[in-house]
Design a protein around this ligand. Structure first.
Ligand code: UDX
Length: 439
């Protein structure tokens, strides 16, 4: 049987999941409580930047298999499988995750569940949430005995969301019945028949896989950035160090790029929420190292500001600073906890005249920080700059010609926050080139 799917929450995760499942041939109904978002999605206008997704959205709409609604009643009526893809941001002033959007989905959906269905959580959550939501469903759904919960964490990376959804590294399923497993095997049949590994487990393990994966990735980045700090002190070169480490197959080169560190809507808040949850469970000692991982990461931002100030001659007063990049990483317009933006704002606070340019994130920057001045291109933003900072490694920045950029700035001084430029080439062009963790 071909199940009818709903996707609750149409942000980076939900919009991608909905469009990809429709592309695989399922009838999909996406739901969001934000009517503006739904209106845009219905019109085929993707509210986020994600390569390949706009086309999938439009072809899904044209096929009639992909539709959007704000009505939980309609979703409950329609769906055999309800994917829950809402965000779990960091609580204000705390490390813990705010899971209120998840609770809101379950509380809004459950009273309308009058027939057999499977609710599948994909959001990143504190361990124990799935069981709590399963209990809530059992309490609130009229068809309680026919409604089940599964946990199916999502590992997609922004910028590669379509590819990661269509060809995942692995599928993890936390289930409590064979019936739920059978349904999910049918839903993910295209991926499973392509050989994607499937791990069937219980709720808490499925929940933990996701946060453990993100904790590992964050640790790997902070490890190399800690090495960068030591390299700076020892006049060594962390880029060469990282390259040399990468040839050890046990270590590997991915997520070993030293620089300004990690940001975004996932890694920073996920490691914090993981520590908070471990504390509640009495296992806080096991994760104290993540405090250090977080601290190393935040120190990179402070160090970048210091390096920029040094290049500015000791103070930002009267100094024009161009920041190339605002998104937390290339191929995304996401500015949540963006290291680049954080640095730009700190320099502005310290009196620098900052101009930011990013190929796709400027609309988000304008909305969130109307006082930050933005350029219309890299070259325009760099007009008269005393210091240029490369903080997000978009190809259009890493491919910049040092002579062309040199022609518009007031002084040829650059800090390469992502170790993405060839130092020799830039120095040969008369630039004062500095990078994190390098002589
Ligand atoms: C991450 C996980 O990769 C993904 O599996 C999970 O589902 C959500 O969180 P994402 O936030 O999209 O995905 O970004 P990712 O590609 O992991 O990059 C995270 C941050 O780490 C970025 O700010 C990036 O610039 C930084 N990073 C990455 C480094 O500083 N160095 C590296 O070597 C790699």
């Amino acid at each position: 049987m071909s199940y009818r799917l709903t996707v609750m929450g149409t942000g980076y995760l939900g919009a991608t999941h909905a469009a990809c499942m429709a592309a695989l041939g399922f009838e999909v109904l996406g739901l969001d409580v934000d009517p503006d978002k739904i209106a845009r999605l219905r019109a085929g206008d993707l509210p986020i930047h994600e390569p390949g997704l706009q086309d999938l959205l439009q072809s899904g709409l044209a096929s009639g298999r992909l539709r959007f609604t704000t009505s939980y009643e309609e979703a409950a009526e329609f769906g055999d499988v309800h994917f829950v893809c809402v965000g779990t941001p960091q609580k204000k002033g705390e490390y813990a995750a705010d899971v209120s959007y998840l609770d809101a989905v379950v509380e809004s959906l459950a009273p309308h569940l009058t027939r057999q269905c499977l609710v599948v959580g994909k959001s990143t959550v504190p361990v124990g949430t799935a069981q709590r939501l399963a209990d809530k469903l059992a309490l609130l759904a009229p068809a309680a005995d026919l409604v089940e919960l599964a946990w199916n964490p999502e590992f997609l990376r922004e910028g590669f969301a379509v590819k990661d959804t269509m060809n995942p590294d692995r599928i993890v399923l936390g289930v409590v019945s064979d019936k739920a497993e059978k349904v999910m095997r049918e839903v993910y049949e295209p991926m499973l028949s392509a050989g994607t590994p499937l791990i069937i487990t219980d709720y808490p393990t499925a929940e933990l896989v996701k946060v453990a994966a993100n904790a590992f990735l964050a640790t790997k980045i902070s490890f190399i950035n800690a090495m960068a700090e030591v390299c700076e002190a020892a006049h060594a070169d962390v880029k060469d160090l990282s390259l040399a480490l990468s040839f050890d197959e046990r270590i590997g080169g991915r997520f070993l790029n030293p620089g300004l560190g990690f940001g975004g809507g996932c890694l920073p808040k996920d490691i914090r929420a993981f520590m908070a949850r471990a504390g509640e469970l009495g296992a806080d000692q096991a994760l104290t190292f993540l405090r250090e991982v977080d601290a190393i990461n935040m120190r990179r931002r402070a160090r970048m500001v210091d390096l920029a100030r040094e290049l500015a001659g000791g103070s930002f007063r009267g100094c024009s600073v161009t920041v190339l990049g605002a998104a937390f990483k290339p191929n995304s317009d996401d500015i949540r906890d963006s290291p680049a933006l954080d640095v730009a704002l700190k320099i502005q606070e310290q009196g620098g005249k900052v101009t930011v340019y990013d190929p796709v994130a400027l609309d988000n920057v304008r909305k969130a920080h109307p006082n930050l001045s933005v350029g219309s291109s890299a070259l325009e933003a760099a007009q008269g700059a005393h210091v240029v900072l490369l903080l997000t490694e978009w190809p259009e920045f890493t491919e910049l010609d040092p002579e062309t950029l040199g022609g518009v700035v007031a002084s040829r001084r650059i800090v390469d926050g992502r170790n993405a430029l060839d130092a020799e080439t830039w120095r040969a062009s008369g630039w004062h080139y500095r990078a994190l963790g390098r002589p």
